[in-house]
Design a protein around this ligand. Structure first.
Ligand code: 13P
Length: 291
């Protein structure tokens, strides 16, 4: 069923757990991830990122996501991940997305606030939840596309969100989720991650009730994920580890087969592996909540 992000976040705060936010750029991922959300009884946002336009255009992806989301027994928000352009986000509104990340973190803070506030004023009356980002999320991705460039990962603290700025951002925008930078990386980590959980606690205490988001969940040791949730993280984006999980097994199937392997066989194998991996992650995101 479709449930608003705001409603999901309120329950996650009350019971100290975290909403998973996972990209579903194909029907196999969509089915596997929703099945995992049903199995674990965890609310979820299923995402289409603007950077995935070259994989599947939003006009194709979102109607399918809505169809599956409505039919699911899990609480689902159909979400835009990293919408960089206002017009793209407005297209998502027209297509029926129930929550949208309008990512203006590349701009100076004042422009980020103005843009996000302008968007919120339009979409909050429609019940659409809004996520924004403050501070930079570093990337470790082999791509030149904006939002996926490889960053200098030698000192992640240079990207951290500043508590004073976060407080002002939350107060002036009334955003539903503020994604902060505190040591995670989009894609896989280069070195052993070391999240700054004290920074999460500090920002959470000054966020005027705004839920905090973490991106780049993949590869973070589960112990650190749980600590970040307990410190106030209410939405975690998690993709690379789920999307790459089936690849070794599929390669093995192909290599070991004497005959050409049907794609539909591989797709079903991938679906099962994505499902198992997502169940594992969602159980961590429960953080001990009785669900
Ligand atoms: P990972 O792929 O590193 O898990 O990050 C996903 C993400 O943050 C998407 O916005």
């Amino acid at each position: 069923m479709l449930v608003s992000l705001q409603e999901m976040l309120a329950d996650a705060r009350k019971h100290n757990y975290c909403i998973a936010s996972i990209n579903t750029p194909n029907q196999i991922s969509l089915r596997a991830i929703l099945a995992a959300a049903e199995k674990t009884n965890m609310p979820i946002t299923i995402n289409h990122a603007q950077t995935e336009e070259n994989v599947v255009p939003i006009e194709i992806a979102v109607p399918l996501m809505l169809e599956y989301g409505k039919a699911s027994k899990a609480a689902v928000s159909v979400h835009v991940d990293h919408g960089f352009e206002f017009n793209h986000c407005m297209k998502a509104v027209r297509l029926g997305c129930t929550s949208i990340m309008y990512d203006c973190s590349r701009f100076p803070m004042e422009k980020n606030i103005e843009e996000v506030k302008r968007f919120i004023d339009i979409v909050h009356p429609l019940g659409i939840g809004v996520e924004a980002e403050l501070g930079d999320m570093p990337n470790n991705m082999p791509s030149e596309i904006h939002g996926q460039e490889t960053s200098d990962l030698s000192d992640l603290s240079v990207y951290f969100t500043k508590p004073d700025e976060a407080e002002e951002f939350c107060e002036r925008t009334g955003v539903d989720v503020l994604t902060i930078s505190f040591g995670s990386v989009h894609g896989m980590y280069k070195d052993e991650p070391n999240l700054n959980v004290d920074l999460v606690k500090e920002i959470d205490g000054r966020a005027h009730g705004v839920a905090l988001g973490m991106h780049g969940g993949s590869g973070t040791p589960f112990g650190q994920v749980r600590k970040a949730i307990t410190a106030g993280i209410r939405k975690i984006n998690y993709f690379t580890a789920i999307d790459t999980a089936p690849t070794p097994a599929l390669a093995k199937t192909i290599m070991e087969s004497k005959n050409p392997v049907n794609f539909s066989i591989l797709a079903n194998q991938a679906m099962e592996i994505i499902y198992e991996k997502t169940v594992e992650v969602l159980n961590v995101f429960k953080n001990g909540a009785n669900r």
